[in-house]
Design a protein around this ligand. Structure first.
Ligand code: HEM
Ligand SMILES: [Cu+2]
Length: 559
């Protein structure tokens, strides 16, 4: 049960006066960086989209792969990571009685390390010495400074993860026998994944550095790719868990309802944490040198994640229906009209959830061995993650921003900005239908991903892609307008909107809810099980790749 009655003095003060100025500045800084990255990343995305459609030729000093690397890194690493950390630190502050000074300091050190690392990584990208794309695995080799930057980014993330662990552990010590408030429970799950998921990529980067410096001649490409995707796949579940936290806890409050079973919510979090990491090989289905049985295991684990997703879908629609029926909605579908479609804090995450229906289905498609051969490295995949990440996760983040930013800046969401948010959501939805739709389709027709505009000497097949790529560019243009509106709204809410009190929306459980079993608090056990499951997925294939290593690869920098 929620600990509504037994709040400490500090927690009560927090609820009465809102977030402390120190904690607010921290989260605002994270969100500010996040949305600036979105703006720059979006411009680069539009450049790519127009180039792919043959509408825009890049100037000679700018290379397509340089743009693609920056687009991927800005949006995957900077935008989402800074958003997630800013959001969850606000959660920790709000639900656990304010950040401990030590923890706040760690988050600031993490902020500095990440920014410093990012600047280091960007310099070689701008100088066209690191067009290795966000995946950066060998045999492509960037300037060593690029990898130094990545090290700082990873250490910065660890600072934030450990800060969160200290904050939660401190609260638990003071509140023995209580359940950690649900949003902080989500935060715990996310930071556990962030920490354990970034260990493999840290190991990868440490093996790449001597190779990029020329101290060793060759590197084991299979091991590097495997370590990268153990991280890359985890990142996906971090976005998902962040979005899901708002679906379970915030959206029900926004629509005036109660949240779904506390036990089920915590179970979904545990399942995502435990089942997530051994799924990385679904990104390597066509890689040679990995036995079929291991690939099958990873695909099975990937599909196992579908199970908590279906539980979530059920829970959400149950909440919607119950709430709308209480408001007088009738019939099988009549209740649908009772939902607050004009409220961006509901509309954006709702469309995000709806987008996950085709997004998740596409994911299941490309997880199968045979269909992966068709979709792999085509534009289909790019369509898939603009739908899942670019819509499901990102639209939820946008929806969160309309209450989180004014909560932090002690301002209010005005009807005008709400309306702008609704318009923004429509631009995003239409833009993604065009862009992600065209990407999926043209991918099935064979158009490769990560390839600048070419007609392959007017090859007939390649020419047949043109109309779809044109739709891609139209979608990209709509998205760019959406990004401008979104960034404007965030900056307005952060600095200019009228002063006032904005609530941090957290729904209560149903009155007759059953008590959540206490074992859900045993993170030690959960982490041990998680490590066992990771070992099951990775020990044998990694040992095999190292013992029976193929000839290593020298560095390649083909730009
Ligand atoms: C204005 C909005 C956007 C446009 C026009 C756009 C356009 C594109 C295009 C055309 C590509 C494919 C390039 C290729 O494979 O040749 C691409 C790749 C990508 N996009 Fe976007 N995008 C946008 C927003 C986003 C957002 C919001 C995210 C994530 C939060 C995102 C993440 C990515 C990633 C990770 C890649 C793959 C990079 C790679 O293959 O290395 N994009 N984008
Ligand atoms: Cu994955």
């Amino acid at each position: 049960m929620e600990t509504v009655n037994k709040l400490s003095f500090k927690e009560k003060a927090n609820h009465a006066f809102g977030i402390s100025p120190e904690d607010a500045v921290l989260s605002k800084s994270y969100l500010f960086v996040s949305f600036v990255a979105l703006l720059v990343g979006g411009v680069l995305g539009l450049i790519q989209g127009l180039n792919r459609a043959g509408l825009f030729e890049l100037p000679s000093w700018l290379n397509y792969y340089q743009v693609l690397t920056a687009h991927g890194i800005l949006l995957i690493l900077v935008f989402t990571a800074f958003f997630t950390i800013g959001y969850f630190y606000a959660v920790l502050s709000h639900t656990l009685g304010g950040l401990l000074p030590k923890v706040r300091k760690m988050a600031w050190i993490g902020f500095g390390l990440k920014i410093f690392g990012f600047v280091l990584a960007v310099i070689p990208i701008i100088m066209n010495e690191a067009s290795v794309m966000f995946t950066f695995y060998p045999p492509l080799a960037a300037h060593p400074v690029f990898y130094f930057g990545l090290v700082f980014i990873v250490v910065g993330v660890w600072m934030c993860a450990f800060g969160a662990f200290i904050q939660v552990a401190n609260w638990r010590k003071k509140n023995k026998g209580e359940h950690v408030p649900i949003l902080s429970y989500f935060a715990t799950g996310v930071f556990v994944l962030l920490f354990f998921g970034s260990v493999p990529v840290a190991i990868e980067v440490f093996t790449i550095i001597p190779w990029a410096l020329g101290w060793v001649d060759t590197i084991n490409v299979m091991v590097s790719r495997t370590l990268f995707w153990a991280f890359g796949h985890t990142l996906v579940n971090i976005w998902y868990l962040t979005a899901v936290s708002a679906w379970y806890v915030v959206v029900p409050k926004v629509i005036g309802g109660r949240r779904f079973s506390d036990t089920l919510t915590r179970l979904v979090i545990i399942m995502l944490v435990v089942l997530n990491i051994p799924g990385g090989f679904h990104h390597q289905i066509i890689d040679p040198g990995i036995t079929e049985s291991v690939k099958f295991l990873h695909v099975f684990m990937s599909l196992a994640i579908g199970f908590p997703s279906l539980m979530t879908a059920y829970a959400m629609f149950s909440v919607f229906e119950k709430t709308a029926k209480k408001k007088g909605g009738r019939g099988i579908f009549g209740w649908f009209k009772k939902l607050p479609w004009g409220d961006v804090r509901f509309l954006a995450p709702m469309i995000a959830m709806i987008a996950f229906i085709p997004g998740g289905a596409g994911g299941i498609v490309q997880s199968t061995n045979q269909l992966n051969q068709v979709a792999h490295n085509t534009m289909w995949v790019v369509g898939h993650f603009h739908l899942t990440l670019g819509t499901t996760a990102v639209l939820t983040f946008f929806g969160i921003s309309y209450w989180l930013v004014p909560y932090l800046s002690k301002r209010v969401l005005t009807p005008a900005i709400n309306k702008l948010g609704v318009i923004q959501t429509m631009f995003w939805t239409a833009g993604m239908i065009f862009m992600a739709g065209a990407m999926h389709w043209v991918g099935l027709l064979g158009s490769p991903r990560r390839t600048s505009y070419t007609t392959y000497s007017d090859n007939a097949t390649a020419l047949s892609w043109d109309p779809y790529l044109f739709f891609l560019a139209i979608g990209g243009t709509l998205l760019m307008i959406g990004i401008i509106i979104q960034v404007y709204a965030v900056m307005h809410l952060m600095f200019f909107a009228p002063k006032g009190k904005t609530e941090f929306p957290i729904a209560q459980v149903e009155d007759n809810a059953t008590k959540t079993p206490y074992w859900t608090e045993r993170w030690g056990v959960i982490i041990v099980i998680m490590l066992l499951v990771i070992a099951m997925g990775y020990v044998i294939p990694l040992v095999e790749m190292i013992v029976n290593a193929p000839p290593g690869s020298p560095p390649y920098s083909p730009w």
